[in-house]
Design a protein around this ligand. Structure first.
Ligand code: GLA
Length: 724
């Protein structure tokens, strides 16, 4: 059992293979944090583990004994208005309009497995690989119950957390804030690492000291967004990629979120993570409850790289749909960048035929096949085939593509509706809007009201009709704008604050329904590139389109950043026809991700076609090393400005793939690359170089690549090593 409870001092100790997380119940029944870090065998509560009990101007909870001041105590779940002035984890508003929220320990239970997560994405864990501690807290003044869940993984240094609020009072209450975790640290010697960006430049890492006061990484757009990602890392000042202590916090959620830090006057830090409190207010009538999304905490004592590798395993083993856990994904050719809206049956068939000759396994027909859509101004919501464009209908096209030996995939944008669509004309009230306000259009489209069952039913009916009409193996699920006028015409005034969360719950329900109906379907989420790249989406789709930016050099920082939390096989990455770099470099970068093509093969020269055939053979050869192996980020693109490098090492260290990219001329500077994660005592043969090296040599002395053709903008080198 990875969870221990010591009755004598009411102490809880959660152990993963390499980390321990410890807290206790105080005399006043506060849940007080004591320790989170490298694994320890035992834990004595010394007074020094409590922070200063005194804070001027603030209450002393012990009525003068001076043990605990809520203002400085390290809380496992902070309330509101009871003397802890830092970030609240939960805020309840009562019938009388007051919002004081006090959480006191009542009881606990420890059990193998995990708690029921209802309809929310969650870690797929069971009695064979996890244990759960569920603490019941109660607000003594109102009887409202708070279940604080800790699910401890037995094989990875990760703990999942969530909070469930149960209204056991006799009055209706309103949740004004419900975050998923609160984690207090006694000392602020941390930097905050988070991912920021925008469309076509998603998830660049930024590392800054945690400043005094509150710092918030957040989205209020109705999606996790291109701008920020629902995950942060706290790294000790001295921590680097390969050494030192750091903590990762990542939320399995795709809607509005905030990841907040607060450094206080006594030198400590609080982290809270969960649904953004802005525009959130959830009504709970007596007997009702609400469960927060699940958050994952990861500890690494071996640097940021190790933290990432733990997250990658958590996502691969415990989040993505189990059907795809060990299954090789089909190599796809997507029509978008090759054709945009300009295609017909013949063109799609030619893509399939040409693609097949290159080694493509799945043809994806992107946007433009439905309603009367020839550009982005119409037809979202009319999910039936445009027979003017695809004259013989969809079933005929799919049959012909399959006769060529390829699987078929198709694009939908189920949460959207075009004002110029039959669906909109029939149901103008089905889109997100506020009565009396003009609806803001973005990309000429409105958002459909996913909170409504009848709306979801109709979209499902339409999608099912398409998917039942012919064998379709893959769906790209897009989401091409953010929400405005956030409201449902169906929600009463005192539940409008539920809109954003209900919206994403509706999306989750529809994606799950699709997978229940077609369990082998490969779903790829997308949002104008990577505008909804998060753990919530990965629960339904094992891969997400990483960015609309397919320029390999610009992709480097996007992929480096994304890999802070998310594994290689989750990052949709394609070779496209754009930009100056050659096809070798395009493939070298795209191989980091799911790998596929997004171009018109008819426009390729014979030489380019031959190159692509070689790339596809290389993809098959290195697939297992990349997708089931471990990532080592060697040189990030921003480090020295002229080169970038990473390697994947197979899980059993039997092979490794080293990729080096030249970003710009480095003149006469020496270029030595040292690999990571190899077996130091083993001998590895590199076929491209034609000689063997010891793992120790490759990791310590490194390869001197100064005379390789890497001294220019967009050059690349891939070296594949196999253990002898
Ligand atoms: C978004 C996606 C693209 C493509 C277009 C189609 O921008 O990111 O890959 O599917 O929509 O409109």
């Amino acid at each position: 059992m990875s969870i221990s409870y010591y009755e004598s001092n009411r102490l809880f100790k959660l152990d993963t293979p390499g980390s321990s997380y410890v807290f206790t119940v105080s005399k006043e029944n506060y849940l007080l944090h004591l320790y989170y870090g490298a694994r320890i065998s035992d834990f004595e509560i010394e007074p020094s583990f409590f922070r200063s009990s005194y804070s001027s101007f603030s209450p002393d909870a012990t009525g003068g004994e001076g043990n605990i001041s809520p203002d400085v105590a390290m809380m496992e779940c902070s309330g509101n208005g009871i003397g802890d002035y830092r970030l609240s984890t939960v805020i309840v508003r009562y019938k009388d309009g007051t919002t004081a929220t006090d959480l006191r320990y009542l009881s606990h239970r420890i059990f193998p497995g995990r708690p029921d997560a209802g309809a929310l994405p969650h870690l797929r864990l069971d009695e064979s690989n996890a244990d759960t501690l569920e603490i019941t807290m109660q607000d003594p003044a109102t009887g409202v119950i708070f279940l604080i869940n800790y699910t401890v993984l037995r094989d990875l240094d990760a703990i999942a957390r969530s909070i469930c609020v149960q209204n056991r009072s006799s009055d209706t209450i309103y949740l004004q804030k419900l975050h998923s975790l609160c984690c207090d640290f006694p000392e602020n010697d941390f930097d905050l690492i988070h991912l920021y960006g925008k469309w076509a430049k998603e998830r660049s890492p930024q590392r800054l000291p945690v400043m005094q006061g509150v710092q918030s990484v957040a989205s209020t757009r109705g999606a996790s967004s291109h701008y920020h990602n629902p995950g942060i890392c706290l790294a000790k000042k001295e921590t680097g990629e390969e050494h030192g202590v750091c903590y990762g916090f990542n939320l399995l959620y795709s809607g509005n979120f905030s990841a907040d830090t607060e450094a206080d006057g006594y030198g400590g830090i609080r982290v809270t993570l969960g649904i953004h409190a802005k525009d959130f207010c959830w009504k709970l009538t007596p007997g009702d409850s609400l469960l927060s999304p699940e958050a994952i905490m990861v500890f690494s004592g071996k640097g940021i790289g190790e933290m990432s590798r733990i997250f990658h395993r958590v996502y691969l083993n415990h989040v993505i749909p189990p059907y795809w856990r060990e299954r090789k994904r089909p190599l796809l050719l997507n029509s978008w960048e090759g054709c945009f809206f300009d295609f017909d049956e013949e063109k799609i068939l030619r893509l399939a035929q040409e693609g097949k000759k290159l080694g493509i396994e799945l043809l994806v027909m992107d946007d433009g096949w439905f309603g009367h859509r020839n550009d982005d101004t119409s037809s979202l919501g009319d999910w039936f085939v445009n027979e003017n464009k695809l004259k013989g209908g969809l079933a005929q096209l799919v049959r012909k593509v399959r006769e060529e030996g390829l699987q078929f995939g198709i694009w939908f944008e189920p949460e959207m509706i075009s004002p110029d669509s039959d669906l909109y004309r029939a149901h103008p009230d089905w889109c997100v809007q506020i009565k009396g306000r003009e609806k803001s259009l973005a990309r000429h489209q409105c958002v459909i009201d996913m909170t409504r069952q009848e709306v979801r039913d109709e979209i499902f009916r339409q999608m099912k009709a398409v998917l039942d009409s012919c064998p379709i193996s893959y769906v790209k699920w897009d989401f091409n704008r953010n929400l405005t006028e956030p409201s449902s015409l169906m929600l009463p005034p005192d539940q409008q604050g539920e809109f954003f969360h209900r919206f994403i719950l509706g999306t989750y329900e529809l994606q799950q329904r699709l997978l229940d109906e077609y369990p082998q379907l490969l779903l790829e989420n997308c949002s104008g590139g990577g505008g909804r790249f998060d753990g919530g989406m990965l629960y339904y789709s094992p891969q997400i389109w990483c960015s609309d930016n397919t320029d390999p050099i610009e992709r480097l920082s996007i992929q480096f950043g994304t890999s802070l939390f998310y594994p290689a096989s989750s990052m949709g990455a394609h070779v496209s026809a754009n930009r100056r770099t050659d096809y070798d470099t395009k493939a070298a970068v795209a191989l980091w991700g799911t790998f596929g093509y997004e171009l018109d093969p008819e426009k390729l020269t014979e030489e380019q076609k031959a190159t692509i055939k070689d790339q596809i053979a290389y993809y098959h050869k290195t697939y297992d090393t990349i997708h089931n192996g471990d990532l080592y980020r060697l040189t990030p693109p921003w480090k020295n400005g002229f080169t970038c490098a990473w390697n994947f090492t197979a899980k059993d260290q039997s092979s490794a793939l080293l990729t080096v990219i030249g970003i710009r001329r480095r003149e006469f500077q020496t270029l030595v690359v040292r690999m990571r994660g190899l077996d130091a005592n083993a001998i590895y043969y590199c076929e491209e170089i034609g000689r063997s090296y010891s793992g120790a040599f490759l990791m310590n002395a490194g390869l001197n690549l100064s005379d390789r053709d890497l001294n220019r903008d967009g050059a690349s080198l891939m070296l594949y090593f196999t253990k002898q």
